[in-house]
Design a protein around this ligand. Structure first.
Ligand code: THU
Length: 128
């Protein structure tokens, strides 16, 4: 999957952002190892903690369809800072593909690439 194409899919997904409280439009595009793409956007709520991030919407959409092997996840949000994923989303990402690339883009040309292992080296693992 071409990184630029994935960023464009994430930008398109951000058009459907429901973010009337923060006005921060986030889009996510997730590519699977078998070449599919799932997208997500942030969906806010009048009860603020009920809001959900774009990354988790994309990941849950893929898992719902039986896909769990991911190659890359692009996150797109325009603003001063790169849209690095929040801690909860990092933990969700580690559940599936630990060598997944995470691309954070603040426009189509300005982005940083990391792996989820770099972003969350010591994830919680259930051993109960
Ligand atoms: N947000 C995301 O979509 N992804 C993140 O990793 C961090 C934050 C959203 C949640 C909320 O709708 C807005 O950004 C401001 O926090």
């Amino acid at each position: 999957m071409d990184i630029k194409d994935l960023i464009i899919r994430a930008r398109e997904a951000s058009d459907n952002s429901y973010s009337l409280y923060s006005n921060y439009k986030v889009g996510a595009a997730l590519s699977t190892t078998d070449g599919e793409i799932f997208t997500g956007t942030n969906i806010e709520n009048a009860s603020f903690p009920a809001s959900v991030c774009a990354e988790r919407v994309a990941i849950f959409e893929a898992v719902k369809k039986g896909k769990k092997n991911f190659e890359a996840l692009a996150i797109y949000a325009e603003g001063e800072n790169y849209p690095f994923p929040c801690g909860i989303c990092r933990q969700v990402m580690t559940e599936f593909s630990r060598d997944m690339k995470v691309i954070v883009a603040r426009n189509e040309y300005d982005y940083v690439v990391k792996t989820i292992a770099e972003l969350l080296p010591d994830m919680f693992e259930f051993s109960g």
